[in-house]
Ligand binder design. Sequence first.
Ligand code: UD1
Length: 395
Amino acid sequence: MISSRMDSLSSSRPGRVDSRRKILSVVGTRPNFMKVAPIVGALERRRDEFDHVLVHTGQHYDEAMSEIFFEELGVGEPDYRLGVGSGTHALQTARVMECLEPVLLEERPDTVLVPGDVNSTLAAALVASKLGLPIAHVEAGLRSFDRTMPEEINRVLTDAMSDLLFTHSPEAREHLLIEGREERTIHYVGNTMIDTLVAMRERIDARDAPTRHGLAAGEYLLVTLHRPALVDGPLLAVAAEALRAVAAQMPVVFPVHPRTRARLAVEDPTLAGTAGLALLEPIGYLEFLSLIAGAAGVLTDSGGIQEETTFLGVPCLTLRANTERPITESMGTNMLLGLAPERIREAPELLARVRERSNRVPPLWDGHAAERIVDVLGVQMADVFALARDDVPGR
Ligand code: UD1
């Protein structure tokens, strides 16, 4: 259900009161927060031109999965909390749509900005699209070409509905052009998640998470696993057994996503007692990035972590059959292992192999992507959206 803020919707955010361009961002999950935080900051710095409204769908809701990010990233309290919570894909998507529609009707933003590829992203784009509101997609054009991944469906459909496509990887443009998107709607701006990392770098380093977890810098493996393809079936038990084997050779630290924790309790309830292997609760952004920065390497099935390790030059082994972020392999420090958890046993040798490769940071992953996005919103929005604006009912 929508939180009580909805009840005071009219009084708390009174529709159109000034001539500034109103950008409404919709976030829902942990990785969304890091992608939008620098855009919120950049819009705030140009508050004479832009008004910003932040909507949190509540797809992620635990303190460690959600609230800690708002505090750490300095984004502040969202203007709306939709409180949709967990559910099947259809339920979750439908709830976001149902709860977001009245907010968009009340706020009538000039642009709805959606980051990433989660269910909240797609749901928000659907609602905005049906209301004729212009949509800006941050992280457009990534493709794994694997339609069994829920995120791939979310990416393809969100891009199809978006009016402004902000990309951070060169091949994204090709994908969008092949799908018939107009060149003028595509803007290579860089990576807003890396903006957050750059902005937080001093605080990340000052955190010194390895020492606080009793780990020697450069000697441990950091693990995150949460994708349904890996954790919702029998592969999780294979992964757990392989992690035991690695823990006998090097320390392993594993902050466990709630989805994974629930499955581990069934598949391998004794993993927590393994010597050399620390299972942690989900941890905050600064703590986690500090653990990445100090690791010998990372083992993950996440999307964003492939990028963060590439930026930091830390070897990353990705336990997936494919990646929508191939630049992290071709240019960065990522190595795809396939959806083959028995290969986790090879981690120590594979990390050494990745360390020997040369690597670079992709173009424009420089901490200024959000400013470029706001520049585009400022300069081009009037042109690109002129038609759409005329069509919006009730404007
Ligand atoms: C979602 C995204 C995924 C992203 C990930 C980041 C989709 C389809 N998936 O996956 O792309 O990489 O977020 O973490 O949108 N849960 C809690 N507390 C929470 C959130 C989730 O306990 O705060 C548990 C619930 O049991 C829930 C399960 O985790 O059913 C899965 O959550 P959900 O948001 O559906 O998907 P994620 O696996 O987190």
